[in-house]
Design a protein around this ligand. Sequence first.
Ligand code: FE2
Length: 235
Amino acid sequence: MKDWLIKYDFEEKIDPKEIISKLNYGTHIVQIKNFPKKDLAYENFITKLGNPIIERRNNQGRSVFDVKISLQNNLFKSLANSNLRFPLHTDCSDFEKIPNCIGMLCIKPASKEQGVNSFAFLDNILDKLSDRDRLYLINKKWLFRNQNRSILNKDKHHYRICYDRVMIESFSKTDHQELEKLDQLDRIFESCKFNLKMKEGDLIIFRNDIILHGREGFDKNSDRLIKRIRFNVLK
Ligand SMILES: [Fe+2]
């Protein structure tokens, strides 16, 4: 039994308040089996938990985004529309306000052990960071496109994380020493990483600011389809 996973079944009664409370604690990933595959049902369910982020590139410009291979002029439309591996990261690191939760609904998994989702909890990461490292990560600012922010944040007692190496390296000027720091951090993230293979009809919901997520690569002809909703959970 995975103690970081709380399992529900859509065919049994689910109390949204219970899920909201789990997400506010942020100590677990919520998994709901047998979830309906229609965008509207998905959006309605997430709306009971919080406020979905509306983006123009989403389906009908609403809250659901199809994470699947999609090409334009022979190029992947975006990293999310590729078959490539994603190292552990935070979504929307360049947004002014970063949504604190993500839902991922598996419509079609990749074949075999491909496209596995991976996660790392901030608590486990913090355990491996010295006080000096923590201070460095709280004080050092990086450019995430137009947002100048630190990788770690602390308010009173709680830490929050914002990390996307591709974004940092695309927009921040980094010297050799800083790159080594990021390499060291990536190694720590990797050492805290665990995998979850989603099955058809699985919905997983997790904190974007307390848990890093990533995925393994998969076959470029795969019809893997994950429906993503980003949202801010109700308090
Ligand atoms: Fe992501």
